[in-house]
Write a protein of this length. Structure first.
Length: 595
């Protein structure tokens, strides 16, 4: 053994004996609820040592026969820290295949540690990084044992081309984790997006939740939202930390949910009613007593610490207890065992029309009630009846002011909001957005497909606008207006243009994608090649104070700036200062007029 090897072996032994490991947690985020779902527990060796990085730490443990001890130590420390910090949600605990198949795993003190630190087994997700059919066959019995102990199962898919074949044949995990290779370049690769969409659909059909790891940029996050992803983790949200956030931050999400004319004021907060809560381990018979004591109580919410698990209706509990031998069979079991798996939960600020969409698309149809949360914490419940009543009133009072295609505010509201911005006496920027080559697309694919492109642009504009500061309106056809009070409006426009350029080819046939557009005839009947539909944005700054400036004058300025942008080929941003003699805003006329 060399001197270096002896040093590493000695350092490893000391590390294990003295428990010199640092525990870190990285949040796993629920994208649709905009809340923290749980945490993956991670370890690091002593800082500035040879064994700081997990790769070298576990390799050394395997080489010198200490892997079993190291695995057990990691589990112990992670569980202890998770309990000490009182972190909400689930704990994702990595177990190596070797640890699971080791006969000593049957005697592992993990269950005792969970009891000692007050962490219920059903809050623990055993995560295994194996995926081949042979691997899963070998792990089938150990994973089944983990389920019997109350754990959930997560399997990591580490290939760039994910497949669900092995999971269909050997086991059905609760979670599938896709590593960063599966989302790298997602904005550039249409085939990759289609593959992931198919993967998500199949996983959902199998009852698996998919977690996307390694989400590092806002663009990746945006594309995952468009694919329908529900769970993710990565540096875009938070890096591994010793003391992680316990409440999701607003800046993690921006404004991913579509908004319309109703969204400025009418959200799920209008629907909130109080709902009693019960702990997840309360026996069913005790919950039944609550319902018997209050004849008007329709349901209760089930919680585990600060985590909201779902709701259980009065009828389900009383039916369980009223059945023959029901009290003997079910009365002492914890109420969490009888929760609906798909209780709908929405954030307090979710627009009412988005709540309606979620209810309409629900897998089960027993959605008379749903839970309302704020940053993942329960604030009450909403009912379908109240939602329908409120939306009906809104539609009657405001529908005439909304664009019927996108449900975004139309011209009347745009003019009103421009006036509000001017009265506020603060600077803002007006962005006039218009599509190039849209007529050729409409002629080739028909107005229904054309409407889909307009709706796509509307969704993207909403995504890249700050809901607290900005305003998005639909003038008509393929013309939109955005009023920016965000200081980073330029970066938002750049990201909007990049995303639009990346997704628009998906709206074309395979042949037209290969051709880079459509071959057709122009207005003079001459044959011509029309490139992909492009987005032109003309921006004018409106500085404070605003003497003599009216909404009508601003509309003229914005139209002129938009015309300048359309003179450039491709997706373009042009910023024009309308004040006499000012010329272009410094740095605003980008190279060749494009972003």
């Amino acid at each position: 053994m060399s001197q270096h090897e002896a040093r590493v072996k000695r350092l490893l032994g000391q590390l294990i004996e003295d428990e010199q490991l640092s525990v870190l947690f990285q949040p796993i985020v629920s994208l649709d609820r905009q809340a923290i779902y749980g945490y993956e527990g991670l370890v690091r060796g002593p800082e500035h040592s040879l064994l700081n990085r997990p790769k070298f730490l576990f390799a050394a443990a395997a080489k010198y026969g200490r892997l079993r001890e190291l695995d057990a130590l990691c589990r112990k420390l992670i569980v202890r820290e998770f309990a000490r910090l009182q972190l909400p949600g689930c704990l994702f605990l990595n177990l190596s295949p070797g640890a699971l198949t080791d006969p000593a795993f049957l005697r592992d003190p993990l269950l005792d540690q969970l009891r000692r630190y007050g962490v219920p087994p059903d809050r623990v997700v055993v995560e295994v990084a194996e995926r081949s059919a042979a691997d899963l066959a070998r792990l089938r019995l150990p994973l089944q044992r983990c389920r019997e102990w109350g754990f959930q199962i997560a399997l990591e898919v580490s290939a760039a081309d994910p497949s669900l074949g092995p999971f269909r044949t050997e086991t059905t995990p609760d979670f599938l984790k896709l590593d960063r290779h599966c989302i790298q370049g997602l904005d550039q690769d249409q085939t990759q997006r289609q593959t992931l969409t198919a993967f998500l659909d199949t996983a959902t059909a199998l009852g698996c939740q998919v977690i996307f790891k390694g989400v590092e940029t806002r663009t990746e996050y945006t594309f995952l939202l468009q694919l329908g992803a529900k769970l993710a983790q990565g540096f875009h949200f938070a890096c591994p930390q010793k003391v992680p956030d316990t409440v999701a931050k607003r800046e993690w999400f921006g404004e991913p949910r579509p908004r319309s004319i109703f969204s400025d004021q009418l959200t799920a907060a209008l629907l909130v009613q109080t709902i009693p809560t019960v702990p997840s381990d309360m026996p069913v018979q005790d919950v039944g007593e609550l319902f018997h004591a209050d004849e008007g109580l329709p349901s209760v919410a089930v919680v585990r610490g600060l985590e909201v698990l779902g709701l259980i209706p009065r009828s389900e509990v009383l039916n369980l207890l009223a059945s023959r031998y029901g009290r003997d069979l079910f009365g002492r079991l914890p109420v969490r065992d009888f929760l609906r798996k798909s209780t709908l939960m929405v954030d307090l600020e979710t627009p009412l029309e988005e709540v309606s969409r979620l209810l309409t698309n629900a897998v089960d149809h027993h959605r008379e009630e749903f839970l309302v949360t704020d940053g993942g914490r329960l604030v009450g419940k909403g009912t379908l009846l109240d939602l329908l009543r409120t939306i009906t009133e809104v539609q009657v009072n405001r529908a005439r002011y909304a664009n019927p295609l996108t449900l975004l505010p139309g011209n009347v509201v745009i003019q009103q909001r421009l006036g509000d911005f001017l009265k506020a006496g603060q600077p803002f920027h007006v962005a006039y957005c218009d599509l190039d080559h849209f007529k050729a697309y409409n002629d080739a694919y028909g107005y229904l497909r054309g409407d889909e492109v307009i709706q796509l642009l509307g969704r993207l504009l909403v995504q890249y606008a700050d809901p607290e500061r900005d305003f998005v309106g639909h003038i008509g056809g393929d013309d939109f207006i955005v009023l920016f009070r965000s200081p980073d409006w330029r970066e938002r426009c750049f990201e909007l243009l990049q995303t639009f350029e990346a997704v628009i080819p998906d709206q074309y046939s395979a042949r037209d994608r290969c051709n880079g557009g459509i071959y057709g005839t122009d207005r003079d009947g001459q044959p011509r090649h029309f490139p992909f539909v492009a987005l032109s944005i003309g921006v004018v700054p409106v500085t404070a104070p605003h003497p003599g400036i009216s909404p009508e004058l601003i509309a003229e300025w914005a139209a002129a700036a938009k015309a300048k942008a359309k003179e450039r080929e491709g997706n373009a941003l042009c910023v024009e200062d309308p004040r006499p003699g000012s010329g272009p805003t410094p740095g605003s006329r980008l190279a060749a007029g494009t972003y």
